[in-house]
Every structure is written in C-alpha cells, then in structure tokens.
Ligand binder design. Sequence first.
Ligand code: MEZ
Length: 601
Amino acid sequence: MKTIKIGQVVVIICALLIGCTAAWAAGQNPQSAFLSGVHKKNQVSCNDCHGKTLAVDDSETAVNTNCVGCHGTLEAIGKKTKEHINPHNSHLGEINCTTCHKGHTPSKSYCNYCHSYGMKIPAMDSVDHMNSKKWTQESAPQKQDLKKQKVETTDIVIIGAGGSGYVSAITAHDAGAKVILLEKMPITGGNSMLAAGGINAADTRVQRAMGIKDDPAMMEQETIKGGRGKNDPELVKILTHKSSEAVDFLISLGADMSDIVRSAGVHADRTHRPVGGAAVGPHLVKVYKKNAADRKIDVRVNSEVVRILTDSSGQVTGVQVKGKHSGLYTINAKAVINTAGGFAANNDLVGKYKPQFRETASSNQPGATGEAIFLSEKVGARLIDMEQVQIHPTMGGETKVLISETVRGSGAILINYQGKRFVNELTTRDKASAAILALPEKSAFLVLGEDVRKSNVQIDGYIILGLVQESDSIEGLAAKMGVPAANLVATVNAYNKAFETKKDPEFQRQDMPRKIAGPKYYSIWVKPGRHHTMGGIKINTEAQVISTQGKPIPGFFAAGEVTGGVHGWNRLGGNAITDTVVFGRIAGASAAKFVKGMAGK
Ligand code: MEZ
C-alpha cells in the first residue's frame, strides 16, 4: 500500500471541500441558474471550458477561446440573429463572451447597464434594466499584505483602458517602453466606447480637402468661452493647437475621419467622424484594440487598481491590482499614467459635488465611478473643479441613451410642449440644458425631416431602439407628440424660412444645414442627463500630475476625463475625444521619456 503524505491529505480534503461546495451551490440554485449548470446538463465538463489546469487568468482568455470554439465568434452568432437589436453584433465589438454569460453566477446583459432592452439571455436571473449602481471595489489592503503578493515589473502601468489609456499605451510603446494597460471592467473602451459625436480639430487636412476654413486660435477662444473662462489656458492652447495632429495620428492608426459636422457653441464645422455620421467612439476603440493587439501590448480586463505606490521621496513606483481571479498583486513600474476616466456614473459622488444632479440619468458606462481620482489624491495629487458636472441636453426620454448633439448639428430643432422653439439649438450644452430644465415638463422634443435623418446614420439606431416617432405630416407628428398641431406647423414653416434666408431672427442660430421637409417627419422625446465630469486631477502641459504643493509628482502622469482644467466649467461637444487623443499622446510620450531618463541614472 502506498503511503499518503500529509500534503496529499490536505489536497484531497480541499478537493472534497471544493466538490461539496460546488454541489451545495448547484443544490442552492436550479440547474439553469448558471451556465455551469446548463453545461453540466449537456454533459460539458469543467475542463471543456477551463482547459486541463482549470486556471483562469483575469482576462478569462482560455474560457472565452473555448466559448468561441463551441459557439462561434460574436460576428458569426450575430449573423444568425434576426431581430433588429442584436447584442452579438453591437457597438461593443469583439468582447469576451463572459462579459454577459457567466459560469458560476447569474448571467447579465452588459447592454442593459447603458440601454434598457427587455432582453433575456441564457442563465440570467432577472432582467436588469437601468443599473447605475457603483461598481464596487473592496477597500485597499493593509501594507503588510504587500509582502505576500505576486510582484511584476514593467516600465509603465496605465490605469484605465478607455480612449486616453489606449492612446497613451500605443504612444508609450512606440517610444520604446514596456507597457501594461489595466481595465477594471470586463470590457475595454470606457466612455470613449459610447462617444457618439466626433473629434473636434481645427485646420485639418480633412477640413482643407472639403474647403472648410478653420483656425486653432478660434477653437481655443471658443473652448474657453464655452468653458466660461474657467479653463486652464495653457492646456487649452495645447488641446486646440495639437488637434490637427491628433486627427493625423488617428488616420495613421487606420481610423476613418472623412465626415465632418458642426457641434454646438462653435463657428466652424470641425467635428470629425466616420463616413455617414457613424458614431466615433466604437469605431476608434476598434482601431485602438487592433493597434494594441498588433503591438502585443499587455491589456488586462477585470483588473482594478486599488492603490498607487510611492517611495519615501513621493515618487510613484507602481500600483497594486486586484484581479478578478488572480487576487491582489503588485506591479512595480518606473511610471504610472492615470487614464481612468470621470465619475458621472457614480450617483453618490455626483450627489456629493452637485446634489441637484444626483437623480438625473447618466449617459456614462457603468465603470465611470471615479475611484482612481481619489487613489491619486492619496499620493498627493491636487484635485480641481470637482463640482463641475456637465448635463447633456438630449438623452432619450426615460432611457440612458444619448441622442447625439450631432442630430442638432445636422439640422434638428428643439420644440417645447407648445409646439414652439425655445432656444438656439446650437448654443452650449449648459445653456441648452438649462433652457429645457426651465420648461414646466423639464423635457422637450427634437424634430427633424427626412434629409436630417439620412445625413446621420445614428438616427436609424434611435429608430431601432424605439425612441423615434414618425409621421407623413407635421400635423400627424404633432398629434403623436401631444403638442398643438397649428403651432408646430407654424414653427416648422418659420424655421424653413430662416433656413432659406440664412437668418434666424428668433434665436440667432448660425448654422442651419438642412430644412425640415418630408416625406417623413420625425420627433424624439429628450431630457437632460449627466454626461461629463469636468473636474479631476490637475496636470501640466506635459501631462504630469501636479501635487497639492504645486509641483509635478515624479513618475506620475494623467490624461482624459480623470483630469480637470482642460474644459473649464463646461465642455464643448466633440472636445472630449480631442482631449483623450491630444493628452493621451502627451502622457504616453512624457512617461516614456521619464522612463528613459531613469535608465540613464
Ligand atoms: O463630445 C460629446 O460629448 C458629444 C459630441 C456628445 C454627443 O452629443 O454626441
């Protein structure tokens, strides 16, 4: 008889315990509650999903490869779907199957964090419509825990894989640095993934080819005027004067920037976007993902930074990460870039800084909860303008779907319940939102004609989502909207006259690119909602994080919505993507330069 060693006994007891716990869990939950149960019923074994070792990395790579092996790619599954709303073929692009389909907890439709489809998926517990819960993080562990953890080393760690994170990562990598890009959510893309409008840039080769005259100095002035003069003027100079290079950079990565539209609060058509007016964000994130993959950049999802590490001099030296499966570990790095985004999805934080906006819907992705702003504050970063929360005038009725400003830019008008215009549709967001909130109903309607719909493919998306009403006549549309028909007819006639004469005596709207004409007329019910947080970490023009003492914190950089100062107290539509690209590039280049400087020491 073989002798059994103590270690083996422990292993056997553990295996029995795990087996019993799994059996208990299965007993507690009907077979169909989790995918593991569904799979078991179909005689799929643990190893079929997890492979021989049963080890799961935080990005769940092997499991997802096996999902695709059995079920096909998202694209292939998407092709089988007949319904208009097709989650497998959505703007989220190629994402992990495990983002929605869970093995050991109830499945959840990720789409419902932002949209509100009454959608059931296999092994789901209930339809979760409008979850704006904080994405919880456990409190950072105590210092002594650090000793026991796995430690990795790299040149640069980037916190948050949204637009700024990807741009910083690609730039730093191309400058010779070894980069790890961390994302706490199960998918990458951040708020950039939801960006509808486009990227503002002045005096670009695309504008020149279209005969559009523009000037970075004018963009600079308009950005400061839009920001109510509260912007950091040096950051605005960089944002605007490097915007044309930002568009060149995107084109060099393979992005399509061939269409241009006007955004609110400006005097030039400078919002660059893909052909047909397609949403800019999903397109850019797809381009970023491909570029990161081509460069073999280490991108990890389900990996939340819970602490930023410093040495005794205050220099930033890395991060502590909580991986969904790997638990706590440390990455020592020569530089850290914070690109973790803002906090407009965090009801409590918004409520703290802007109590009147606590209950408004948010257009943001569920991970925009702002923890990394405070992790930065803990290592000495100065925070500015935290109470400046932007309300976007047009979210679709009771949903979290943003109706892009480009719909107004393409020619839609805003109508109140009297069937009348009440504001210049292309004024800045703060003013347009205030005008809607001053109406007794605190909501309004966008009204548009056939040419406007055709110019902006996103409107077809809103039709699919059931957000648009349509009619063959203005009177018919008025009846559906519940506004007086005679007023709406008079309003549309007056607007079309303004379009013909290029003068809008009532509201001085400068740009009226299309009249409101049939054969079909459309309306969308809209309400203002939380969209952008202008405040955050103070940075300088090199994207270095500035301390409460007014000095750069060595080894620490930041870019995008996690920072404050670029947009002042009100951001112009289309300037967020400019921010992510311009300052993402600067942060990546500055961090890589810093790393090289350290090597020389
Ligand atoms: O920059 C934005 O937030 C933007 C253009 C949004 C939109 O309405 O499309």
